[in-house]
Design a protein around this ligand. Structure first.
Ligand SMILES: [Zn+2]
Length: 179
């Protein structure tokens, strides 16, 4: 499974498509606190061919389950990540003399195509994963258990009956406090 775009398919003008990326393909790359929901995420994109440079832009859309890093509650969030990328013909990534290379944004989001087709699946997955919050928490919008405490100090577990298991080091710290 992949999300392929043939250069031929866009030779007569921009093409808009919507494809699926199976959650199986990236579930193992998610942290233990995150879980992709459903069988697939949706990728909506537009592909345009400028002479021999293929330009693709679009959005990755799906639902992700997570554990709120503030209150510990299981929550769900919407993932909607924009991406854009240019594919140039093989060999045209080289800009000649090294001193002429500038790391503009265009260069970073650019790779090569083989003249026949590209597969944007891994590109979409990478953009989506990088865009995920490091410490997802209840938001005001989704009215999660600790959403109204967003500006105040909250301790992990405060709004949830969940009792975190006491680890040896927690015991040790408590011992220090008591002594
Ligand atoms: Zn929360």
């Amino acid at each position: 499974m992949s999300v392929e775009i043939t250069l031929e398919s866009v030779s007569n003008g921009p093409v808009e498509r919507t494809e699926k990326v199976l959650t199986d393909h990236f579930q193992s790359r998610l942290g233990s606190d995150l879980e992709a929901l459903g069988e697939s995420f949706e990728v909506a994109f537009e592909a345009t061919l400028y002479t021999n440079v293929l330009y693709v832009k679009g959005n990755v859309h799906g639902r992700m389950g997570f554990q709120c890093s503030r209150c510990g509650e299981r929550r769900e969030m919407t993932v909607d990540t924009a991406f854009s990328h240019s594919y140039v013909p093989t060999g045209q990534m080289n800009h000649g003399d090294e001193e002429e290379i500038e790391l503009s944004e265009q260069d970073i989001d650019c790779s090569e195509h083989d003249g026949v087709k590209v597969d944007i699946e891994s590109l979409c997955i990478d953009h989506m994963l990088v865009d995920l919050p490091l410490a997802p928490a209840c938001s005001i919008e989704d009215d999660g258990p600790c959403a109204n405490f967003a500006d105040g100090p909250v301790q992990f577990g405060d709004n949830h009956p969940l009792e975190p298991k006491e680890t040896p080091w927690m015991k040790a710290i408590r011992g220090v406090k008591l002594s």
